[in-house]
Ligand binder design. Structure first.
Ligand code: NAD
Length: 730
């Protein structure tokens, strides 16, 4: 079986069709490169061939490099990796030069990329080396270089070519943010050359091949007198671009993402030298990023393991549980969002609230989000009507007839939930699965109100539902396999990423987030500068500092959770010092962002202005401040140790879920690959040493868990012992 087919027509135009057997999307493998090179050689060496069309046999062009292959390529070490990437450059350079005379730049054969749909990563880097890129007008197609999002950067010439094609300023969002474009915007932005009707793709490509002149084949950077658009770094305009771009990268990433820095270095140094040297510089930086443990961890969590979880790595063997009609009870902030993502995924929705007005308000949320989509041109009026048509907003439980899944999102009050469970069970069929979106109430307890506890489960969404990718599925003590399968199939339908955890106080995500916000607040009470607290968090890659996060969650919710936890733990409650701070703020009416007053000050429109100056009077900043790293260790360890304890206790059963869930659920330092990946990066021995130091100064909450000590003693890492889906020992 081969990945590419080759045919030459009567006019001497060769078509190389990429069509990897058994896959819905073409991905590049090392063997694939070899094959493609063989076919390019064949076309260039055949006097009867005038030019080449490179296209795909699938609806899309290609999804990129198989990141599993990258993960394997690294095993050979940096030198082998460097050689491998340089071989890819040689192939792409061969396509670009297409047999032309290197001096006169004449006599080459035109090679055109004809893209029927999506082309990302290497699936766009190969077209970039062709002489023309023609894409079918397929609004669903995505074109671009998303590598930065998994911790690497475009390393098969994409960086060097795009910078030279568009200039640093225009290319920046495509390289630094991994921004993808549909074919029309890709054409408007200069990423591709032409957009044609899908049925005209190959005829137009052939027409171009047959009409191409020698000059059409010469890339600007190979032509004499080439100047980079916007100027190179020695040019005054180019210089300013680089100053600005570097500042932007550092501002956005705080320097913790090796890929963003390496990309900037490749671009800057590459812009000063001839093209082929620039490719070498790109490769050197690319290899250094690939060899960095952060990129290994990011690829593993954000690509390999995320995909495995989405494909049902932890789905019990139950028959297909695709949801056809869902009942969402409670049309507030969460219920409205859950109704929206469900209807968008083609599921019929019955959205119930206590009053018709509240139900309608919940449905209006979908309407607002769809309007925003229309403004962004990602949605049409027809599609909007279709999606809204799927949502039946009502107060009538009889409308639940025929639903196969309930998602309950009413007030966080056990008695309200119990009442709703009874009403729902009287209205739905015996097969219906009941999922509660509770964020704090144990599922096993809620299930005691159900007549069918085996069909009762937790499905914990994050706010805002339309934007947050994670759904935490919680198994109660009696939850059965079909309920788990149903929840997982639902999450797949709405295109989110699931993790499955066992029932325990605050499940997994909130269990780890609360110690993080608490630790930040505790430091304020100790006299640590709030500025230091917030910046330390961001400089270690947390998207939001603990004090800002507390404002976002709201201080009254924090108080509610604190009171409930204290009631449950009694004398063992460890957070009185934290409570002293939030209770004092609450007394002043500073309830967080929604009150436009919290740890931060806000303007009249609710825009965050900066840390509230009054904090200094309430909790004077001590003269002696801890060093940055200590603050960072406190903030990270407070989360990470909870993750380890959740694993020890069997709340988490798969560290892949712990890492993916942490990044997608609360933004845990994505550069690290997640809490377990971070512990593996620093090593268990070092981690225990940090814990011992923190425990001595700050108390028992930093005591190293037995599992961590055991790994340290045996010189193992979490992924050595629990990787690849191996279950925890708990
Ligand atoms: P909300 O107050 O915005 O919405 C609750 C809705 O439920 C209201 O519209 C209310 O009218 C309705 N309701 C109350 N009693 C009802 C009844 N008997 N029958 C029908 N409808 C009823 O609250 P929310 O923030 O959407 O939270 C809902 C649930 O989701 C809670 O369990 C909460 O803990 C959980 N949750 C919230 C978040 C969050 O960030 N807000 C995140 C995850 C989970």
């Amino acid at each position: 079986m081969t990945d590419f087919a080759y045919a030459v027509d009567g006019d001497g135009v060769a078509t190389i069709t990429w069509d990897v057997p058994g896959k819905s999307m073409n991905v590049m493998s090392m063997a694939g490169y070899g094959e493609l090179e063989g076919l390019i050689d064949r076309a260039l060496g055949d006097a009867g061939v005038k030019g080449v069309i490179l296209t795909s046999g699938k609806k899309d062009f290609a999804g990129g490099m198989d990141l599993n292959v990258i993960a394997r390529m690294k095993e050979g070490g940096a030198e082998a990796l460097f050689a491998g990437v340089m071989a890819i450059h040689a192939l792409l350079r061969k396509i670009e030069r297409a047999g032309m005379d290197p001096k006169t730049l004449k006599g080459g054969k035109p090679i055109v990329a004809a893209m029927p749909g999506t082309g990302v990563g290497i699936g766009y880097e190969i077209p970039l080396a062709c002489h023309r890129i023609i894409a079918a007008d397929n609004p669903k197609a995505k074109i671009g270089l998303p590598e930065i999002q998994v911790g690497i950067f475009p390393g098969a010439g994409g960086t060097t070519r795009l910078i030279r094609k568009l200039g640093a300023m225009v290319a920046a969002p495509f390289l630094l943010e991994g921004k993808l474009s549909d074919p029309k915007s890709a054409k408007a932005n200069g990423l591709i050359d032409e957009v044609v009707a899908p049925e005209a793709l190959l005829t137009r490509a052939k027409e171009w091949v047959l009409a191409a002149t020698d000059a059409d084949l010469v890339k600007p950077w190979d032509a004499k007198g080439y100047k980079m658009p916007g100027g190179n770094p020695y040019h005054p305009a180019g210089y300013m671009t680089f100053v600005g771009a570097n500042a932007m990268v550092m501002g956005k990433t705080m320097g913790v993402y090796p890929a963003a820095r390496a990309l900037m270095q490749a671009v800057y140094e590459g812009a000063l030298v001839p093209f082929d040297v620039a490719l070498k510089i790109e490769t050197r930086n690319f290899v250094s990023v690939l060899m960095n443990p952060s990129s290994t961890a990011m690829i593993r969590s954000l690509f390999i393991n995320k995909e495995a979880l989405e494909k049902g790595a932890n789905r019990p063997a139950a028959p297909d549980q695709t949801v056809r009609k869902v009942g969402v009870i409670g049309a507030g902030m969460m219920g409205a969002g859950i109704a929206y993502v469900s209807a968008l995924a083609g599921i019929e929705v019955v959205l119930i609230d206590a009053t018709q007005e509240a139900a309608d308000r919940g449905k209006a949320h979908s309407s607002d989000l769809l309007d925003k989509g229309i403004q962004r041109r990602a949605m049409t009026l027809d599609k909007k009507a279709e999606v809204l048509g799927r949502i039946n907003a009502t107060t009538d439980y009889a409308a639940l007839s025929g639903v196969d899944l309930i998602v309950e999102a009413v007030f966080e009050d056990p008695s309200v939930k119990a009442e709703v469970i009874a009403k729902v069970e009287a209205a739905v069929g015996p097969e219906c699965i009941f999922a509660s979106n509770t964020s704090t109430l144990p599922i096993t307890g809620l299930a005691t109100s159900s007549k069918r506890p085996d069909q009762f489960i937790g499905v914990h969404f994050f706010s805002p539902v339309d934007r947050m990718a994670l759904v935490e599925i919680i198994k109660g003590a009696q939850t059965g396999d079909r309920a788990v399968a149903k929840a997982l199939d639902f999450v797949r339908q709405i295109r989110k990423t699931p993790i499955v955890v066992n029932d325990a106080r605050y499940f997994y995500a909130n269990r780890c987030i609360l110690p993080y916000t608490n630790e930040g607040i505790r430091m304020v009470s100790e006299g640590v500068s709030p500025v230091l607290v917030e910046n330390a968090a961001k400089m270690v890659g947390m998207p939001v500092g603990p004090l800002q996060l507390t404002d976002e969650i709201s201080i009254d919710l924090g108080i509610k959770i604190a009171k409930a936890t204290k009631a449950a733990l009694g004398n063992a409650y460890p957070d009185d010092d934290v409570d002293a701070v939030i209770f004092a703020l609450a007394e002043k009416g500073r309830m967080g962002r929604k009150a436009k007053a919290g740890f931060y000050a806000y303007d009249a429109a609710g825009k965050r202005e900066g840390l509230w100056e009054g904090l200094g009077q309430m909790w004077p900043v001590a003269e002696d401040q801890p060093d940055l790293v200590t603050v960072q260790h406190r903030l990270l360890m407070s989360q990470v140790l909870e993750a380890v304890r959740a694993l020890e206790e069997g709340v988490l059963t798969d560290i892949r879920e712990g890492d993916v869930g942490a990044i997608l659920g609360w933004g845990f330092a994505p550069w690290s690959g997640g809490p377990f990946a971070w512990l593996d990066i620093i090593g268990a021995t070092k981690a225990v040493e940090i814990c011992d130091g923190l425990e001595a100064t700050h108390g028992v909450r930093y005591a190293a868990p037995a599992l961590l000590r055991d790994l340290a003693a045996k010189g193992e890492g979490f992924y050595d012992r629990f990787g690849g889906g191996r279950k925890s020992a708990a």
